[in-house]
Design a binder for this molecule. Structure first.
Ligand code: PGA
Length: 245
């Protein structure tokens, strides 16, 4: 199966920096049998869209938005529209990243509406799940993930495409990557929970993925790709990660 390598740029890179990145990227990265996805900040989406359209990629190259509301338009000050992402040629909507859950208090019920709305538009939701350190230490990882998946996918269409990103909260931006054993065990659990709920979806790992750990992690069963933050901001490091297999 094709792996998915996704870059989460968070609130980094202006439109100008985005164009500069893609100019370098198209020189440095010539191809892959895998899929490469970029999640720029919303204000740099059009720059990313235009840049990506100019790249004559011989591989699957796409982009998406880091968050979008569950309505296409209306009186929702400050929100992003997935319909606009679609108009720009985007493919994905990242939903429920731990920063959205923790800093912006997004709850599973809201995420379920976003997943359903995204699928309804014909875009692909990438639903993020993950436990905190406290939850892992209390032995609650599997039950937390089960709750996040059950509630987050409550309104999802089982036939439409879906991607899940498992990101232990304690590994995001901390340099503390989960051990191969932890990744293996947890991805197996996520796969089983998804199967029980009736879903089949690629499961990405995220949390301090770097060029030096990517090759090992991508070999683990049920690791179908990565969601990469810090190491996706520079062309050389993200290119190395995308070449891990
Ligand atoms: P990180 O971020 O790779 O910097 O840990 C991952 C993410 O937040 O998606």
């Amino acid at each position: 199966m094709k792996k998915i390598f996704a870059a989460n740029w968070k609130l980094f890179k202006s439109p100008k920096e985005t164009r500069e990145f893609f100019a370098q990227w198209s020189e440095a990265f010539k191809g892959s049998k895998n899929e490469v996805v970029f999640f720029p900040s919303a204000m740099s989406l059009e720059a990313a869209s235009t840049s990506i359209q100019k790249i004559n990629a011989g591989y699957d190259l796409s982009f998406g938005v880091q968050n979008a509301y569950f309505q296409a338009q209306g009186a929702f000050t400050g929100e992003n529209s997935a319909a606009v992402v679609k108009e720009l040629g985007g493919k994905y909507v990242l939903i429920g990243h731990s920063e959205r859950r923790q800093l912006f208090a997004e709850k599973n019920e809201l995420l379920a509406d976003k997943v359903a709305f995204t699928q309804g538009l014909g875009l692909v939701p990438m639903l993020c799940i993950g436990e905190t350190l406290q939850e892992r230490e209390a032995g609650q990882t599997k039950s937390v993930l089960k709750t996040q998946l059950t509630a987050g996918l409550a309104k999802a269409d089982k036939v439409k495409t879906l991607v899940v990103a498992y990101e232990p909260v304690w590994a995001i931006g901390t340099g503390k990557v989960a051990t191969p054993e932890q990744v293996q065990e947890t991805h197996k659990d996520v796969f089983e929970i998804l199967s029980t709920l009736g879903f089949t979806a690629p499961i990405l790992y995220g949390g301090s993925v770097k060029p030096d750990n990517a090759a090992g992690l991508i070999q683990i069963p049920h690791v179908d790709g990565f969601l990469v933050g810090g190491a996706s901001l520079e062309v050389p490091s993200f290119q190395k990660i995308c070449s891990a297999i």
